[in-house]
Ligand binder design. Structure first.
Ligand code: SF4
Ligand code: SF4
Length: 367
């Protein structure tokens, strides 16, 4: 068993037997993962993405961060990343790079090199449209363990969602280049996981996964249900997190565009199809839960959120937040002290009393 699987196995034990959550009074064992949103800029303009300024979702859940396109001067310097990764490497967390589109970051490969020099298992979420021959080769040689690549339909549907013509073909080409270099260098990494986000634009026909499977040969194909977390920019007070949603109508409107019977049939067809054992849904739900998920979006399917016990979230400007943009500190702080600072512990203690008003359709709840 290699390091990647051993770590996944140990992480799973910690998730299933969460002593810190049961007895810790807000204290948490070291983070299993660090989610780094390297930047919020993207070369695409997906209709269901809250980072795209001015689209329907962005307007409905409007806040500053969701339209926030960082400037180069906001980014931490490499020496700051260097210090941060050196410090966190003591806990051996998995580093998950995302965006926006992380490959747009001008120092992406330098940051990746720092992470890998600290021997940290690394994954990245990308739209793959910027993976050209050189980047494919560099990614394979970097040792990055896993790439999660977003494909949301056949060429027509995918490009329609992305709002940029050619994005499907560019993404498929990027995947093929990665496969080519993996073969050339006899490398089993990066594992390629395809992620498809279910939305009102593709739920009627999910068969594209079966059609594309033999062409892209992923390690796994995951479908994410629609997560529309909302929230204001950088909250100052924990009491804000208890406030009722002010955008209930917007939330209802988006979820109600999806017919659960049609979706459930599509899910069943995939699960029972030729590639069923490689296909997963996040979260896995039975038909009743699926109906609740899409028809009553203010009702959480789970009662407890473990996310703030196992993950740091770092923003492109170096801020460290819990979730919902509740700011804890920055990468310049000592991560070990920050992770169990009084502010973090207070946040976790509050969460023990029950979910916050805006947790119901947050992806963190369903991990
Ligand atoms: S590719 Fe990702 S980050 Fe870019 S617009 Fe689409 S969903 Fe948003
Ligand atoms: S569900 Fe969990 S991760 Fe999401 S906002 Fe609530 S506490 Fe944070």
């Amino acid at each position: 068993m290699n390091r990647y699987y051993i770590k996944r196995f140990l992480d799973e034990i910690r998730r299933r037997i969460p002593f810190d959550q049961w007895f810790g009074k807000g204290y948490a064992f070291p983070p299993l993962r660090i989610d780094i949103e390297l930047l919020h800029n993207c070369n695409l303009q997906c209709e269901m993405c809250s980072f795209v300024p001015g689209n329907e979702i962005n307007k409905a859940f409007s806040n500053e961060l969701r339209s926030y396109h960082e400037k180069v001067e906001d980014y931490p310097e490499l020496k700051e990343w260097n210090k941060f990764f050196k410090q966190v490497s003591k806990f051996s967390p998995t580093i998950n790079l995302s965006g926006g589109e992380p490959l747009l970051h001008p120092e992406f490969f330098e940051i990746l090199k720092i992470i890998k020099s600290n021997k940290l298992i690394t994954t990245m979420t990308t739209n793959a449209t910027l993976i050209d021959d050189k980047k494919a080769k560099d990614l394979v040689l970097s040792g990055i363990e896993s790439l999660v690549i977003s494909i949301d339909g056949d060429e027509e549907t995918h490009d329609n969602i992305r709002k940029v013509k050619g994005s499907f073909n560019n993404a498929i080409n990027g995947i093929k280049l990665l496969q080519k270099y993996k073969k050339e260098y006899h490398s089993s990494t990066p594992r390629i996981v395809i992620n498809s986000t279910i939305s009102w634009l593709n739920f009627r026909d999910l068969s594209f996964a079966e059609i594309l499977f033999p062409e892209v040969r992923p390690y796994k194909w995951n479908f994410s249900h629609l997560f529309l977390g909302n929230g204001d920019l950088v909250r100052d007070s924990i009491n804000d997190l208890y406030k009722k949603r002010d955008d209930i109508d917007a939330l209802n409107n988006f979820y109600h565009k999806i017919n659960t019977d049609t979706l459930f049939n599509e899910m069943l067809k995939l699960k029972n199809g030729q590639y069923g054992k490689h296909i997963s849904f996040l979260p896995e739900m039975n038909v009743n839960e699926l109906k609740t998920f899409y028809e009553k979006p203010l009702v959480p399917i789970k009662k407890r959120c473990h996310y703030p016990y196992f993950s740091f979230v770092v923003q492109g400007d170096g801020s460290i937040i819990t979730c919902m943009y509740y700011k804890m500190g920055t990468i310049k702080d000592n991560p070990k002290k920050l992770w169990n600072s009084q502010k973090y512990k207070t946040f976790r203690e509050h969460l023990k009393k029950g979910l916050f008003a805006k947790c119901s359709r947050c992806c963190g709840l369903y991990e």
